[in-house]
Design a protein around this ligand. Structure first.
Ligand code: PLP
Length: 446
């Protein structure tokens, strides 16, 4: 309606006057206004409907405004909006029970945080106290959050400007077959060489100094490059052998995104700590957390844990998590994500790769896919440099938006990361829009 459009314009003006945005030069930033959202769709400031193939920041796993989750938040608000973390609260207890039940192995204790970055910060703190060691191994081409320690643990360009207090963080080269750091030509070679490199890093840094290894099970923003067969099992074996706490960052890959409740479930690997956020309640209310194994938990049985948050286990966020997990189970959303990946997204992207010379690589699972756009398939020269954008990538993104799709793009990649319950026909429409937009990239591909 006209009234809604006017309200949107006023919100835009106030935003530009007063809202300070993440990761932006504030001056030239021209944000999109969102007037409304429903399921996998959003409506922009001009009232145009866009299919959200980004799930926002890959967090709206159940889409927008799921009626059961909205109702659960309303009911919780009517009964109790907030309570300090030291008290027992039924929404919090139930959310913790569900997380303990869904996470693999003996990850049966849950420390709730406000989001993913602080979940990783607390996981690292727990690992340091548990081991009495300080160093932390973390992969290049990773993202672990925007707070100080989490951004230092991060291995992407967002770290560069924040690297003045890296406090014992040491980066290693990940297994990443498309641009192998180890000159591997097969998956088996990549696994064995990446593990040998990791063991060398442990030896050279001094195993007795290393508290934790933090790793995204399937790295997300850094490119959705799933681990080659045997890699995660090898990381688990090395960390166990050297007494290093294995922290699996499932903030983006967890809660159904890959077609399993946790990405780790594809490989049967059990970490000592698992961090989550985003999909736990689709971001309807901020929530993250650390799922803690019995072994790490024992350290804090008789010793105080020196950390906390006013909003740890916030009732509104936890009620949203309980309702989200319940809706995901009742509606088979995790199985559906698996099916969408196998039957629709994967086949469509692989078929596009046969027609579009700009597609260098296709990879993913469930509702978690990436394509790398290149200028030349032989050299794999990316369509935008690491850490940057390019007019060509911007043209592809603009074409998708004008075709009615909100994409997730990072450097030279387009990620296909829709809500797990996107209807098949809508998803096919989104993939057709991507297909058409890629003809722009093809003009620059050899
Ligand atoms: N870890 C991973 C893998 C992420 O993708 C993100 C966010 O994108 C984070 C941690 C940080 O989460 P938050 O932004 O909720 O602090």
């Amino acid at each position: 309606t006209d009234e809604r459009l006017r309200a949107g314009r006023r919100a835009y003006d106030l935003d530009r006057s007063h809202v300070f945005h993440s990761w932006q030069a504030q001056g030239p930033f021209d944000p999109m206004t969102v007037l409304a959202a429903e399921g996998p769709y959003i409506w922009d400031g001009e009232g145009r409907k866009l299919l959200d193939m980004s799930s926002q920041l890959v967090n709206t796993n159940i889409g927008h405004q799921h009626p059961k989750v909205v109702a659960a938040i309303q009911e919780q608000a009517a009964s109790l909006c907030t309570i300090a973390p030291q008290h027992v609260n039924d929404a919090r207890s139930e959310a913790a029970r569900l997380v303990a039940e869904l996470t693999p192995g003996d990850l049966d204790h849950v420390f709730f945080t406000n989001g993913g970055a602080d979940a990783n910060e607390h996981a690292i703190r727990m690992a340091r106290l548990h081991t009495g060691r300080t160093k932390v191994l973390s992969a290049y081409r990773s993202y672990h959050g925007g707070t100080q320690l989490a951004v230092n643990a991060t291995g992407d360009p967002r770290r560069f400007a924040n690297d003045y207090s890296a406090e014992g963080i040491v980066h290693f080269m990940p297994a990443y077959q498309y641009r192998s750091y180890f000159g591997s030509s097969t998956e088996a070679e990549e696994t064995s060489r990446a593990l040998r490199h990791l063991e060398d890093m442990i030896t050279l840094e001094g195993p007795g100094n290393i508290a934790a290894l933090i790793l995204e099970t399937v790295p997300g923003t850094a490119g959705i490059y799933g681990p080659p067969a045997g890699y995660l099992e090898g990381v688990r074996e090395l960390t166990s052998r050297y007494g290093i706490v294995f922290i699996a960052d499932e903030v983006m890959a967890g809660f159904g995104r890959t077609g399993r409740w946790f990405a780790l479930d594809h490989w049967g690997v059990r970490p000592d700590l698992l961090t989550f956020a985003k999909g736990v309640n689709s971001g309807y209310v901020p929530l993250g957390g650390v799922a803690i194994s019995d072994g790490v938990f024992e350290t804090f049985r008789d010793r105080a844990y020196p950390g906390g948050l006013t909003y740890s286990g916030h009732p509104l966020a936890c009620a949203a998590a309980v309702a989200t997990i319940t809706a995901m189970r009742d509606e088979g959303m995790v199985e559906n994500a698996d099916r969408l990946g196998r039957d629709i997204i994967g086949p469509a992207l692989h078929e596009m790769a046969q027609r579009h010379p700009s597609i260098g690589d296709v990879r993913g699972m469930g509702c978690f896919w990436a394509i790398e756009l290149v200028r030349d398939r032989a050299t794999r020269e990316p369509l935008a440099a690491y850490g940057g954008s390019s007019p060509e990538m911007n043209a592809v993104i603009a074409a998708m938006k004008s075709g009615g799709v909100l994409p997730f793009a990072n450097f030279n990649r387009i990620h296909v990361v829709p809500p797990l319950n996107t209807p098949d026909a809508d998803l096919r429409f989104g993939l057709e829009v991507l297909d058409e937009a890629l003809s722009i990239a093809d003009e620059y591909a050899a």
